[in-house]
Design a protein around this ligand. Structure first.
Ligand code: SF4
Ligand code: SF4
Length: 269
């Protein structure tokens, strides 16, 4: 991937719209099997969402090859300008929400690649926003996610409704952290506008018991033990329990240290 800088003049972040699950990350990764196989033949004839042909999810981490995910064909991706302060909001929504496949209805409580497969882990956005100690243990790396929008007028016109595509492109490029990049997709190279995904948790759907934020390794393991154990066994083999125990102890020690430092500075004040 070759990146090049944008001007980032307005220093505003592109944030998610105020609405539950506006990040839509699971519609790129967890809910959909390869080739949109969760969509029945009849539904595959339905109209696509605005994002599916033009937006990908890019995952990068130090020392690892970048990963690029396609979205479900029904994903709508929109960017709009706030009338109040001209900040930009992204909103990722299912365009067939009322008729979406049952595994999407069940996500994140029940989902997977078949109707009967229960979700074994937290929703992917909760993992993205999890503390660093969790990610280092369970993924053995920290990862950064961005939305990659094809740098083409038709793509931007579809996404940024009601704005001239040239003006819309300039607005996006002026936002904080937005970059241009050339990415290899199969045998071709394509130009993309990369919008970093912020770990902005206030709009996540926290209605379900399973869909709670990850606060510590211990809490996550208690809730999603099966999935976490599978990852740990892949990474550490028979040593997985020792690694888990050590990471929990370290996390608790760090939390204790932070508590003592806070208490000491409060006393000094
Ligand atoms: S918060 Fe979780 S369930 Fe909601 S869209 Fe994001 S990944 Fe999907
Ligand atoms: S059908 Fe809708 S909810 Fe299900 S993966 Fe596609 S866009 Fe997401």
């Amino acid at each position: 991937m070759n990146t090049c800088c944008a001007t980032n003049e307005n220093h505003c972040d592109v944030t998610f719209a105020e609405g539950e699950c506006s990040d839509g990350m699971c519609c790129f990764t967890c809910v959909i099997p390869t080739n949109n196989g969760h969509i029945s033949f009849f539904k595959s004839l339905w109209k696509s969402g605005t994002g599916s042909d033009h937006v990908k999810l890019l995952v990068t981490s130090k020392g690892c090859k970048e990963e690029l995910y396609d979205s479900c064909k029904f994903l709508n991706f929109t960017i709009s300008k706030s009338p109040v302060n001209s900040s930009l909001k992204m909103d990722l929504r299912c365009s067939v929400y009322k008729s979406r496949p049952s595994q999407c209805v069940g996500y994140p409580d029940r989902a997977g690649e078949s109707l009967y497969q229960r979700t074994r882990g937290p929703c992917i956005f909760n993992e993205y926003t999890a503390p660093s100690a969790y990610k280092k243990l369970v993924y053995k790396r920290e990862w950064q996610a961005s939305y990659a929008i094809l740098d083409r007028a038709d793509a931007i016109r579809n996404i940024f409704v009601g704005e001239d595509p040239g003006i819309a492109r300039d607005l996006i490029l002026k936002a904080n952290g937005v970059h241009l990049a050339t990415i290899s997709v199969g045998k071709e190279e394509q130009d993309y506008v990369l919008i970093p995904i912020h770990r902005q948790t206030q709009n996540i759907l926290y209605l379900s018991e399973k869909h709670q934020p990850i606060t510590t390794i211990k809490q996550a393991y208690h809730r999603w033990g099966e999935k976490i154990q599978r990852n740990l066994q892949n990474h550490y083999g028979t040593e997985w329990e020792t690694q888990l125990k050590n990471a929990i102890e370290m996390e608790e020690k760090d939390a204790g240290k932070r508590y003592n430092e806070n208490t000491a500075s409060n006393i000094e004040c």
